[in-house]
Design a protein around this ligand. Structure first.
Ligand code: TTP
Length: 191
């Protein structure tokens, strides 16, 4: 059922490791440290795809045929992009705007072997119920929002904020299982 291929996950995210372990028998993990700065005029889909690609390219494959997987997740609401909140006020600002609204979660995956790149971006629509400010503040103090795009984790306490989701749940958590499996299957045939 699981795939076997020489693979490195270029991520510090424990969620991405857990999700990838559902698809692949064995892989190593090396965090990719890149600057996550949006270029002037860069569209959200271009930005998230570039970050996933840069993470994959930041790790040099150790052996010929080895693939490196990079991924990035952002939250968008209208023209705004929400990444990880820098502090409590930033998180309150993000979650207040997400309250009672439908936003998009974009997760990009890139697979690179030093020569070729295969990549895909998955968009999921998430609708939050109304959140009170007291609830948002209490949620910040659980510690859960700090390392998550948009300041929430659907897989944790913020699961109860979600009135509706359309798309890929695993992509919101950080790695779209179905689409990543398709990419991995395609490159397995090449390696
Ligand atoms: C919206 C949402 C995001 N997230 C996470 C997924 C990503 O780990 C994180 C967004 O930050 P990213 O910069 O995409 O990833 P990361 O810094 O955690 O890990 P790395 O760059 O090393 O791969 O937010 C959740 O866990 N649950 C959610 O509901």
């Amino acid at each position: 059922m699981k795939l076997s291929l020489p693979l490195v996950l270029a991520s510090q995210s424990p969620r991405r490791s857990e999700l990838l372990a559902q698809l692949v028998n064995d892989f190593s993990v090396r965090a990719a440290h890149i600057d996550e700065v949006r270029q002037a005029g860069e569209a959200p889909a271009d930005y998230v795809a570039r970050l996933a690609r840069e993470k994959a390219q930041a790790i040099v494959p150790l052996a010929p045929g080895q693939w490196v997987l990079g991924s990035d997740t952002i939250v968008t609401l209208g023209q705004q992009i929400f990444e990880k909140p820098v502090d409590e006020q930033d998180c309150i600002n993000m979650l207040s705007q997400l309250s009672g609204q439908t936003h998009q979660v974009l997760t990009a995956v890139a697979l690179c072997n030093g020569q070729q790149i295969h990549q895909q971006t998955v968009t999921t629509q998430v609708t939050f119920r109304q959140l009170s400010e007291a609830e948002i503040v209490a949620y910040w103090h659980t510690g859960e929002p700090a390392d998550k795009a948009g300041g929430y984790g659907i897989q944790g306490l913020a699961g109860s904020f979600v009135a509706h989701i359309s798309g890929s749940y695993s992509a919101v958590v950080g790695l779209p299982l179905c689409q990543t499996q398709q990419l991995l299957k395609a490159v397995s045939k090449e390696s």
